[in-house]
Design a protein around this ligand. Structure first.
Ligand code: GRG
Length: 297
């Protein structure tokens, strides 16, 4: 399958839905809403929503299911964007560039950026539980809990806290794995799991999706580390070389470039193996795993 064309088509579907669901920058909160919209629409691959829709389609390709899942997919993107805004803040990574444009706090100030992130995080749960959602209530409740768990202190927020706590320190590889699994992996895995639950997957199918999600999460983070060490700022749309500057432990720092590439490839292979029981409807998920290995930003 032509993965770039597929990703482009899916990205447009997600962006159309985001435009439909996102609050408009008007009324008394216009400036705050504008700051949320700025980061949400400034770019991004939309990988988490696309994974959610692809996982659902691997189980049930019905178009109406996709429509019903779009609020979930958009909620995932809102949470991801909030995490990037907060990650870029002076108190965290202090970055000037994200998605090829000035970071949120550079345009809206530090307080404005904190609130833009807060607004996107809470809007995600508004979307999930509001009248846009048309999934059966028990599936929606399960998905909402999965997303809260993956985004929170036992997932992304916890991973970020650990990442910051260990900056400029030596620590065992197991800690790096925990940071990766929680900071980056949790939301990616949650995206495919949410898609599977939304599609009414049986437990065995959901387990395979979780396995797939864990493996692509690992591959995604290793490639992110490699790109940070080897790509240019222009290519990435964010400041390159930031990990080394901030004394962050990374896969290349532990294993070197070539061994890290091999580990990423092994994770991609394992991700595709996790889908062995799925038919052709899972072709996009298999192609996304390959894309994660080959991506250049
Ligand atoms: C501040 C709560 C909080 C969490 C931050 C996700 C995260 C945790 C920090 C981002 C820092 C980072 C570079 C993590 C590595 C993986 C990652 C999430 C990269 C960015 O995701 P992409 O490549 O970005 O999917 P786009 O812009 O395409 O959406």
């Amino acid at each position: 399958m032509e993965i770039r064309q597929y990703l482009n088509e899916q990205r447009l579907i997600v962006e159309t839905a985001l435009k439909k669901y996102m609050l408009k920058a008007q009324g008394p909160f216009a400036r705050h809403l504008e700051s949320m919209r700025y980061s949400l629409f400034v770019g991004g691959k939309r990988l988490r929503p696309i994974l959610c829709l692809a996982a659902a389609a691997a189980i049930d390709p019905d178009r109406s299911l996709r429509e019903n899942l779009l609020p979930v997919a958009c909620a995932l993107e809102c949470i991801h964007t909030y995490s990037l805004i907060h990650d870029d803040l002076p108190a965290m990574d202090n970055d000037d560039l994200r998605r090829g444009k000035p970071t949120n706090h550079k345009l809206f100030g530090e307080a404005g950026a904190i609130l833009a992130g807060d607004g996107l995080l809470t809007w995600a749960f508004d979307l999930l539980t509001g009248r846009e959602s048309a999934l059966p209530p028990e599936r929606l409740l399960q998905i909402t809990h999965l997303i809260a768990r993956a985004a929170g202190s036992l997932g992304m927020v916890g991973g970020q806290a650990l990442d910051i706590a260990y900056e400029n320190q030596d620590f065992p590889f197991e800690i790096l794995q925990t940071i990766h699994r929680s900071k980056t992996g949790a939301l990616l895995t949650c995206a495919v799991q949410a898609g599977a639950v939304g599609a009414g997957a049986v437990p065995k199918e959901t387990e395979c999706m979780i396995d797939y999600g864990n493996q692509i999460g690992l591959a995604f983070q290793i490639i992110d580390d490699l790109l940070d060490a080897t790509a240019t700022t222009e290519q990435l749309g964010k400041t390159a070389g930031g990990d080394a500057k901030r004394g962050k432990a990374t896969y290349p720092a532990y294993f070197g470039i070539e061994a890290s590439k091999k580990k990423a490839l092994d994770a991609v292979t394992a991700a595709k193996e996790a889908l062995a029981g799925f038919d052709e409807k899972a072709a996009p998920l298999r192609a996304i795993a390959d894309y994660i290995y080959c991506r250049s930003n």
